[in-house]
Write a protein that binds this ligand. Structure first.
Ligand code: PGA
Length: 254
């Protein structure tokens, strides 16, 4: 069974004090959520600080992720952070978020290079893909995109990868995708991934709609934006994911 993953993408939010409160709060509760994995993705400027609270490899189920990185190890790339830097503080890295592609113009060849850099440095990419507009014929397009992004990836790398299906129209809109539609997309994407690859749903996830996604067989967790900025709803989403595993295991035993 794939371990459910709940990732909190703080985007360009939080003060240093907020980052402390959030990371410490999640850390305190994480040990009781032993059936899931939680990844916190703070802004890059707080990565080191959060990594002090949650050191790499210290917690089995609580990890730190970067929201972005460049693909080169070092050099004259003003404003960027490298995979070597990320690796010293984090285990995950979000790649291809639609805010990177839409606002900052990141294109496919750059994303392919970022994926390679993440794999080569032992980071686990959380690769985001999703259609721009609601109702656009997306599944074929997303499969095509995924094939392109993973053209150089080995089977072992694809097994390690996390893919986040994030319809762009659903992000920050308050209107998530229909859970059965998200499941349909996830099942289609799985055909070009592996049985071990975790597929997340992201886009206006809340503590109210989270269970509807968590019960879908091909959805292995959630990428949470806005709701990851407040401890209570984020922890209740994590608890729902943990409870879902417990109830699944109980049913299997009966
Ligand atoms: P949202 O963001 O939960 O605020 O919609 C999700 C994301 O962009 O990853």
């Amino acid at each position: 069974m794939r371990t459910p993953l709940i990732a909190g993408n703080w985007k360009m939010n939080t003060t240093l004090a907020d980052a402390h409160v959030l990371a410490n709060g999640v850390k305190t509760h994480a040990e009781h959520l032993e059936h899931i994995e939680i990844v916190l993705c703070p802004p890059s400027i707080w990565l080191t600080e959060v990594a002090h609270m949650i050191p790499s490899g210290h917690f089995r189920n609580l990890k730190v992720g970067a929201q972005n990185m460049y693909c080169a190890d070092s050099g004259a790339f003003t404003g960027e952070i490298s995979p070597v830097m990320v690796k010293s503080v984090a285990e995950y890295v979000i790649i291809g978020h639609s805010e990177r592609t839409h606002i900052f113009g990141e294109k496919l060849p750059l994303l392919v290079n970022k994926m390679r850099a993440a794999f080569d440095h032992g980071l686990t990419p959380i690769l985001c893909i999703g259609e721009d507009t609601k109702g656009s014929e997306s599944k074929r397009h997303l499969v095509h995109l995924l094939n392109h992004l993973l053209v150089e990836a080995s089977v072992a790398e694809i097994e390690r990868l996390v893919v986040a299906y994030e319809p762009v129209w659903a992000i920050g809109s308050g209107t998530p995708a229909a859970p059965d539609y998200a499941e349909e997309v996830a099942a289609t994407l799985r055909q070009v991934l592996t049985a071990k690859t975790r597929i997340l749903y992201g886009g206006s996830v809340s503590d109210e709609n989270a269970p509807l996604f968590l019960r879908q067989p091909n959805i292995d967790g959630l990428l949470v934006g806005g709701m990851s900025l407040t401890l209570k709803p984020f922890l209740s989403i994590c608890k729902m994911a943990d409870d879902a595993v417990i109830s699944h295991k109980t049913k299997q035993r009966l």
